[in-house]
Design a protein around this ligand. Structure first.
Ligand SMILES: NC(=O)c1ccc[n+]([C@@H]2O[C@H](COP(=O)([O-])OP(=O)(O)OC[C@H]3O[C@@H](n4cnc5c(N)ncnc54)[C@H](OP(=O)(O)O)[C@@H]3O)[C@@H](O)[C@H]2O)c1
Length: 274
């Protein structure tokens, strides 16, 4: 449906999970994709091969984007290789569950570095080239948790909330240069960092009971929203955060539509288990 032929895209953290699904959705629409990873080269290489199978070019690049110099290297390398960058998807973001007391300075710094500083640095570096080109698309992966507080996620909530506002600040600044900046805010999505939480039967039951679409979200559900923001069709949309949560946010009830049972908030949502 959306065409991205001739588009040069960078997706941070695209070896696995949501980033992988985003890279493949963009490639399927015709984009060339720079696949970034931190440690797992094998997984990222497989994504690069899949990108190429759709006919586009792939560029594999190892960088821990939570370090500003490595984030800058990523953008610079892609621009040197491809002559520019049209799409930046800031997907990386460490998910950390920790209460105020459990959040020491080091953890706070790590969570902010990957969820807030990395998107800022990558956007600043990519925007230089996009401004020169007169067009560009930036999409930040934030979280439902950046708008609605889940107990026990202090640093993550602050960082993702900041990333939502960073999105608006950049949209205002870059709009006149032909660049849109939007955010996609997933609810709970079935990826590796969520395995423990989603593996808790109480939480799964709670989540399903509160989710009007009655299933757990998949990386591809999120990738579809990112693809839209990257498309020409989204040219008049900027500064927005699109929540992708199967309707969870819209629902305030705790009663299962299937069973009529009242669902108790599980410890994993209250932080009572640590
Ligand atoms: N899953 C959810 O329920 C959910 C909900 C709300 C928001 N989100 C957000 O969605 C984004 C993706 O989450 P996910 O669940 O798909 O994560 P994931 O499955 O853990 O995927 C992580 C990917 O990012 C790479 N990566 C991690 N840290 C990196 C870094 N500092 N620099 C470069 N690459 C890095 C990993 O590389 P290696 O393979 O080399 O380690 C891997 O390719 C995050 O921003 C997260 O906060 C997720």
């Amino acid at each position: 449906m959306f065409q991205l032929h001739g588009t040069r895209a960078i997706v941070t953290g695209s070896g696995r999970g949501i980033g992988r699904a985003v890279a493949l959705a963009l490639a399927r629409a015709g984009a060339d994709v720079a696949v970034n990873y931190r440690m797992n080269k094998e997984a990222a290489s497989q994504v690069a091969r899949e990108v190429e199978s759709f006919g586009g070019k792939a560029l594999l690049f190892q960088a821990d984007v939570s370090f500003p110099d490595q984030a800058c290297d990523l953008i610079r390398t892609v621009v040197e290789a491809w002559g520019g960058v049209d799409v930046l998807v800031n997907n990386v973001g460490l998910q950390s569950r920790a209460s105020l007391e459990a959040t020491d300075d080091a953890l706070w710094g790590k969570v902010l570095a990957s969820n807030l500083t990395a998107p800022f640095i990558c956007a600043r570096e990519a925007a230089r080239h996009m401004v020169h080109q007169g067009h560009g698309r930036i999409v930040n992966m934030t979280s439902l948790g950046g708008e609605h507080v889940t107990p026990g996620y202090v640093a993550f909530t602050a960082a993702k909330g900041g990333a939502n506002l960073l999105t608006k600040a950049l949209a205002v600044e870059l709009g006149p240069k032909g660049i849109t900046v939007n955010a996609v805010a997933p609810g709970s999505i079935e990826t590796e960092p969520m395995q423990e939480v989603l593996g808790d039967p109480d939480y799964r039951r709670y989540l399903l009971a509160r989710t009007p679409m009655s299933r757990i979200g998949q990386p591809e559900d999120v990738a579809a929203a990112v693809l839209f923001f990257c498309s020409e069709e989204a040219r008049w949309i900027t500064g927005q955060t699109l929540v992708v949560d199967g309707g969870l946010r819209a629902s305030s009830g705790y009663v299962s539509a299937q069973t009529g049972q009242r669902i108790k908030l599980p410890p994993s949502m209250t932080g009572a288990d640590g």
